[in-house]
Design a protein around this ligand. Sequence first.
Ligand SMILES: NC(=O)c1ccc[n+]([C@@H]2O[C@H](COP(=O)([O-])OP(=O)(O)OC[C@H]3O[C@@H](n4cnc5c(N)ncnc54)[C@H](O)[C@@H]3O)[C@@H](O)[C@H]2O)c1
Length: 324
Amino acid sequence: MKKKVLVTGGAGFIGGHFVQRMMNRYPDYHIYNLDLLTYAGELSKHKNMEKRENYHFIKMDITDRKAIMVLFAKEKFDFVVHFAAESHVDRSIINPEIFVRTNVLGTQILLHAAHQNKVAKFVHVSTDEVYGELDFDPTIFFTEESKLLPNSPYSASKASSDLLVRAYYETYGLPINITRCSNNYGPFQFPEKLIPLTISRVVQEQKVPVYGDGKNIRDWLHVFDHCSAIDLVMHEGVNGEIYNVGGHNERTTLEVVKTIIHKLGKSESLLEFVKDRKGHDKRYAINPTKLEKLGWIPNFSFEIGLTQTIQWYLDNKWWWNKQL
Ligand SMILES: NC(=O)c1ccc[n+]([C@@H]2O[C@H](COP(=O)([O-])OP(=O)(O)OC[C@H]3O[C@@H](n4cnc5c(N)ncnc54)[C@H](O)[C@@H]3O)[C@@H](O)[C@H]2O)c1
């Protein structure tokens, strides 16, 4: 029988690429893209698939318990890959409540529906931010055993959801995996996140805000490499296991912003240092050895990935202009 895959948050940045990957690589699967279409979700990215009989879009809120239970009972999904979330740290500092509702309650509702309907695999897409921050010692990385020490309402809500996922494995035996990924970049990322924000500002010759001294370090991963990791975990991951996803592409925020300014041939006078973000983590860096042992190989160097991403934003101004 054909497999049914529920992708939550498939109208967002990473979930959107994951839906495309599933449709392209597994023509036998039926892909159900469930999304509430918040400010971060939009469907123009899936125009190429709308008419395919194995693509289904469902507009639904993951916190709508009744609707979710009815859907799971009807469709009997084989896989659930859970991306839907409030995902922007700055928004979580201003309005934490929606992060608890969507990221914690929404995840619990999905887990319960998955358990009740005997889903064969539930993959929960989480973040390295649940581990808190590292100092600047370049020999230290997050591993799957690192403590959960989240610092922002966003990362705290994701860590809470991770614990619920673990609990559904330990208590009910739901076959789960958790993936924890570093910062993603690539086409179709909402222009509130660092790389698309910087590109859109520089293209328009507007000031680019940089928090604090810009020395915070992030480990950048191309969204295609993230999606290949989730695909692998979904099919090969050992039940109950956590997998960290990262590509050893550590850069300071200032390096990233300056590189974009230079690649676009503009002046560093566009840089504007602003008051630091509250609870701003110093450094994230991932040790992906466990996932590599499962067979994951990232394809993108940061230099090539960033150049291609800049080109995509230049070629698709219509897309990000409508998001501003
Ligand atoms: N972007 C990153 O760098 C990054 C890194 C690591 C982990 N993650 C995680 O990956 C996942 C996807 O991130 P993203 O950057 O694609 O996020 P995004 O903000 O681009 O997309 C989130 C999607 O979820 C949908 N959504 C929000 N609330 C919903 C609800 N109540 N019901 C149904 N749908 C809802 C939105 O409409 C949107 O389409 C998130 O869980 C995030 O925590 C992201």
